[in-house]
Design a binder for this molecule. Structure first.
Ligand SMILES: Cc1ncc(COP(=O)(O)O)c(C=O)c1O
Length: 414
């Protein structure tokens, strides 16, 4: 009986619930247009915005478009999301000795950027249902050295920007958004990125707008924008609105963090599909939420109250303790992956217990970050572009649950 049940799993040679195919990512939906624009560009001698011209460069055209998409007056394209966060911190003149509150759970680039500018990342615990910063925990982390909070919109959720903004304002702190996983999201109908003082985006190849690599900062603060422009552009700034001359007044030490014009073409074309794809992901995720909500032991993540558009960078669900008997989360992920062709995986280790942060940390993760890490399974947004995800995932979970509840994990390796 045990061997028959196990043999029904795709992992052990059984028939999978679904064999695919799934949408691939990254993808270019308008390849002829992209190639033709690239061919035209390569016949010019202006492959970077750092070559002055009488017309806006492609990077500047993308910046104008991204500013509009993210509801901000100004956008600056940069080489990566990590660069964007670092540029934001430098632009805000955050310095050694300052403390910056970041979530205890999330991708390490956020805290790493804080360390790179010499400040100290302080890790606040997260909300169990959204996996984003818990405002109550943020307030507990504030000290006289705290200068800023970085809210990360993680997995599929938007952080509680209303409460975080209120805390930031009450304690005179800067509020930065790491929206690397939240392109096109809205909170009380305001685009993410434009809620804090600066918003940071990534366009790496996994992201909701993908260009291989790339990033952007957005802000409504003109002076800050000009400072970041100079820092990004080798210390240079525009001398005239027509952008035909660059000059440096030598005030800020610059760095070259510019994108090439080839990337700008990709971003201009890729961002065209963001809204349509976001609607599709939201629709399919809503069907999946409904189907999973009735499975005992499984709880889909939610977003903060006030979320108008949910970005869905990764779809995630909590597997309550013993939902899959004594099977580990990692083995459940592997078995579900075989059943569906979807790459299910655990989320990243809480930042505080990640070895790269050992010098800054007590090596002890806050309890809820740890709890989420121990119980959350996620998969990439590309699967949400197909409606069949809402049938396949619940079927696979039910199949595996039924077997896991009957058969102890010891039999898996027997
Ligand atoms: C939340 C978050 N912040 C920052 C980054 C860094 O972006 P990049 O890989 O473009 O440097 C990422 C990328 O994975 C991210 O998910």
């Amino acid at each position: 009986m045990i061997s028959t049940a196990l043999a029904s799993l795709a992992m052990f040679g059984g028939r999978p619930v679904f064999q695919g195919p799934w949408p691939i990512w990254p993808r270019v939906r308008n390849l002829p247009q992209v190639l033709s624009r690239m061919e035209s560009l390569l016949q010019t001698t202006r492959w970077t915005l750092r070559v002055p011209g009488t017309q806006p460069s492609l990077t500047e055209q993308f910046e104008e478009k991204w500013a509009a998409i993210s509801g901000s007056q100004f956008a600056l394209a940069v080489t990566s999301g990590s660069t964007a966060i670092e540029l934001a911190l430098r632009g805000l003149e955050i310095k050694p000795g300052d403390e910056v509150i970041v979530p205890a759970l999330g991708w390490y680039a956020t805290a790493a950027a804080v360390s790179r500018v010499g400040a100290k990342p302080v890790f606040a615990d997260v909300d169990l249902r959204t996996t984003c910063l818990d405002p109550i925990e943020v307030e507990k982390c504030i000290t006289p050295r705290t200068v800023a909070i970085i809210a990360v919109h993680l997995h599929s959720a938007i952080a509680d920007m209303a409460k975080l903004a209120e805390i930031a304002s009450r304690h005179s702190l800067l509020l930065i958004e790491d929206a690397a996983q939240a392109h096109g999201g809205r909170f009380y109908n305001q685009p993410v990125g434009s809620i804090g003082r600066i918003g940071c985006f990534s366009f790496n190849q996994e992201k909701l707008v993908a260009a291989g690599e790339g990033g952007a900062v957005v802000t409504n603060d003109k002076e800050l924008f000009q400072r970041m422009y100079t820092m990004r552009t080798d210390g240079y700034t525009h001398s005239s609105p027509s952008n035909d001359v660059f000059f440096s007044d030598g005030r800020y030490r610059g760095n070259n963090q510019c994108l090439s014009e080839l990337h700008a073409i990709l971003l201009l074309e890729q961002s065209f599909f963001l809204s349509e794809e976001t609607q599709l992901r939201e629709k399919n995720a809503a069907m999946l939420d409904q189907a999973l909500a009735i499975i005992a032991g499984i709880e889909p993540l939610t977003s903060t109250l006030g979320t108008t558009i949910r970005p869905f960078y990764e779809y995630g669900f909590i597997c309550l303790p013993n939902a899959f008997g004594d099977w580990s989360l990692r083995i459940v992920a592997q078995i579900l992956s075989k059943e569906t062709g979807i790459d299910f995986h655990e989320t990243d280790l809480p930042v505080e217990i990640c070895p790269q942060f050992a010098p800054e940390c007590a090596a002890k993760a806050p309890p809820r970050a740890l709890q989420v890490y121990q119980h959350l399974l996620v998969f990439h947004h590309r699967y949400l572009l197909s409606a069949i995800v809402a049938d396949v995932v619940p079927l696979a979970i039910q199949k595996v649950l039924a077997i896991a509840r009957e058969i102890p994990s010891a039999y898996l390796s027997a």
